[in-house]
Ligand binder design. Sequence first.
Ligand code: PGA
Length: 250
Amino acid sequence: MKKNKKLLIAGNWKMNGLKKNSLMISNLMKYIKNKKFKNTDILICPPFTIANIFSTLSKKSNLMIGAQNCSDKASGAFTGDISPEMLKDIDLEMVILGHSERREYHNETSEIVKSKAINALKNKLNVIICVGESLSQKKSGKTLRIIGDQLKKSLPDKISSNNLIIAYEPIWAIGSGKIPTIDSINEMFNMIRQWLLNNGIDNNIKILYGGSVNKENAKEIFSCRDLGGLLIGGVSLKAKEFSEICIMAG
Ligand code: PGA
């Protein structure tokens, strides 16, 4: 990842996509081909099973391919796990860690997220670390404390804007069609930025917003101060709409 001020538009395919969906990636590359993205990097994180195909297809394009998870172990008897070295082996550039679905369904604590991130960085794989509050945490006014705690426990020590990105994804906004107000996203970005500053961490680290982004609400979200980009789930499976958001980003 180059050191830059560009926005990152990242697609998280979650557990979706078969070999035949490789057409989608070809379509996406077609839509974004010849577009001069001065301000935008584009990333797609498909499931492991098709990551190699996507990585091969996207060579020499303006599209990066990443993964949705990795192990905190280097290699060995860890059935079903995938190491960062394996991801690098198929030329993946980034890995999403600490997504709320992994935290919830796989009991991934912030400590586990941190050790995965350390392992990824050791293997020169850039990392997107997700943080976000649930609806009940939000309703009980715990948002700032929860996010602060996730940042404190999930972020490794040696990080910079060259190797790490933070994604703020309110859990209640993921897949729900609801997004926070722009004021509230700005407030969260401020809080995260302040936290980085207070902890002596590279202040240029990008902060993405994620949760129910689509082409209708993207325009409004792009007006957020300090937006480092978007992490998009459902809509990243739709080549045309996803590419329109990328083009909107510029
Ligand atoms: P969504 O997912 O865009 O489908 O809400 C976002 C995410 O989970 O990263």
